[in-house]
Design a protein around this ligand. Structure first.
Ligand SMILES: Cc1cc2nc3c(=O)[nH]c(=O)nc-3n(C[C@H](O)[C@H](O)[C@H](O)COP(=O)(O)OP(=O)(O)OC[C@H]3O[C@@H](n4cnc5c(N)ncnc54)[C@H](O)[C@@H]3O)c2cc1C
Length: 371
């Protein structure tokens, strides 16, 4: 996106890509259909040590701007849920669109590039195995550490450090959580079972699906909360959002026994999860106070994850180049004129649902208009 915007302004642009192909992550995104933006994109959908940083770029390149580009290229798309826009056909459509916009702007791409060093004299000098590139502006768009097998590197962070810029400690975000041994033995044989829950951590809460996996918990609610979770904090899971499960037991005609409680739970949770959860949380007695405690627990099931599935499975990397080091308008490093950082390498991390691409497009456009 940065190359496109800069190319449109007549700048001579070279894209140096380590992989044998551009935009590999676009191709695997959104299950191969690329959730390319979210129509409800707001600054609140992003995490950063500086929560105001992303506002300017997001306001100047909006989901509507990207949708206009998608429509110009006649790419069919649909809203899946919660404002998330996906390609009808394939993520290849988005990559093809970006490549043809690059071509129109005269952008040259160099693939399979191994950058050996970057120096700054009057210009930036980028040395690769066979070439040397010189330019007044260098834009770093190397992404985060997620999915090392498709080529993620720490190059962007290393370069930031080389130029004296601070880094907010990177960590895996939008990542499945791994349970400790005891919880794993209790629940993980239910792998594949899912339920609509509210997952919360601190003052963040997400109401979406939770999925039990072979090693822990996943699904959109868990992926969202994982970006906020820090070991050894617990997460709270409301298994019955908006429902009062034990209400019927205040009726004296309603029998108070395990079968009746199970039946109440099975009305909102998959049977296997309801039964299993009650194996470990059945009321200690059939008293009003025991029912009140059961009600409290079902809305605040406390789980302390042992860890995450790490960068191998993380959809994003939280943390990155400290936003305070950059101009919010242009993404240029304040201390190093001509050096820009955009996209996921910056300490701006979106929620699940198309927000990470919207940040990549918006920050790229901001830099592309300034280089
Ligand atoms: C499985 C998966 C699915 C996802 N689905 C979605 C989705 O549907 N919607 C959404 O909004 N977000 C999604 N994301 C997140 C989104 O893909 C990223 O946030 C986004 O791609 C970041 O863009 P970027 O340009 O900053 O970095 P990237 O897309 O990661 O691109 C960085 C590029 O830099 C190259 N590179 C790295 N190191 C070097 C180096 N040393 N020299 C030269 N080149 C280098 C890489 O090869 C890569 O091509 C998904 C992520 C994953 C892992």
């Amino acid at each position: 996106m940065c190359a496109i915007e800069a190319g449109k302004r007549g700048r001579r642009v070279a894209v140096l890509e380590r992989a044998d192909q551009l935009g590999k992550k676009i191709l695997i995104s959104g299950g191969g259909r690329c959730n390319f933006t979210n129509i409800f994109c707001r600054p609140e959908h992003f995490l950063s040590a500086n929560p105001h940083f992303a506002k300017s770029a997001l306001a100047r390149y909006t989901p509507a701007d990207f949708i206009a580009l998608v429509e110009k290229h006649r790419i069919p798309y649909h809203e899946k849920t919660l404002g998330q826009l996906f390609c009808d056909r394939s993520a290849r459509d988005i990559l093809g669109m970006l490549e043809s916009e690059c071509e129109a702007g005269g952008v040259r791409s160099f693939l399979g590039i191994k950058i050996l060093e970057v120096e700054r004299s009057t210009d930036f000098v980028v040395r690769t195995q066979n070439d040397e590139f010189r330019a007044a502006a260098l834009v770093v768009a190397t992404g985060g550490l997620s999915i090392p097998k498709i080529g993620a590197t720490a190059f962007g962070y290393d370069l930031a450090r080389q130029f004296g810029l601070a880094i907010c400690e990177p960590s895996p975000g939008l990542v499945p959580l791994v349970l400790g041994t005891e919880d794993r033995s209790r629940y993980c044989d239910l792998a594949g079972v899912s339920a609509e829950v509210v997952a919360s951590c601190g003052d963040q809460r997400f109401q979406e699906k939770m999925l039990i996996t072979h090693r822990g918990l996943s699904g959109p609610a868990i992926l969202q909360i994982s970006s906020y979770w820090k070991k050894p904090e617990p997460i709270l899971i409301d298994l019955a959002p908006g429902r009062e499960i034990t209400a019927s037991f205040s009726d004296p005609k309603q029998p108070r026994n395990l079968a009746a409680v199970k039946s109440a739970f099975q009305s909102f949770l998959p049977n296997r999860l309801a039964n299993r959860w009650l194996d470990f949380h059945a009321p200690a007695a059939w008293t009003n106070s025991a029912f009140a405690e059961l009600e409290r627990q079902v809305h605040a099931w406390t789980i302390t994850p042992a860890g995450t599935e790490g960068y191998e499975k993380a959809e994003v990397t939280a943390g990155g180049v400290d936003a305070d080091e950059l101009s919010a308008k242009t993404m240029e490093a304040r201390k190093v004129p001509g050096l820009f950082f955009i996209g996921e390498v910056v300490d701006v991390t979106g929620h699940l649902g198309g927000f990470n691409f919207q940040w990549a497009w918006a920050s790229g456009a901001a830099a592309g208009r300034a280089v």
